[in-house]
Design a protein around this ligand. Sequence first.
Ligand code: SF4
Ligand code: SF4
Length: 118
Amino acid sequence: MQVYVEKTKCTGCAHCHDNCPVSVFEMKDRSGSDVNADSAPEAEQWKGTTSPDVIAKWGSKEDGHNHFADKYDGKSGGISVAVNGPSCIMCQACLIECEGECIVITDDSGTVYHSIYE
Ligand code: SF4
Ligand code: SF4
């Protein structure tokens, strides 16, 4: 299984980190050197700018999350990195909990799944 996060759309909500049963995701400091340590293609790596559409949707939401914080505070607000993609068991928890709709999983047969937030 290959897993990556489209970094330009990640809100830092940490739902993936909190719900994945096999610890595929780690929350990273947005300014850290390891923020692109997954298999995201070049265009989806973090370069310091979040999608305007995602900020418009989530930037002012008062839902208990620390969206788009500059630093990971231990709970939310950082950026998610799929550091352990091969351990994914395709439980789909992250695919339905991702605010930014920015998780992409490719299974062993090559089928690609994108997260859709409900
Ligand atoms: S689908 Fe994979 S990466 Fe997502 S929560 Fe389940 S095990 Fe973790
Ligand atoms: S659930 Fe999605 S938006 Fe939230 S931290 Fe994980 S990848 Fe980012």
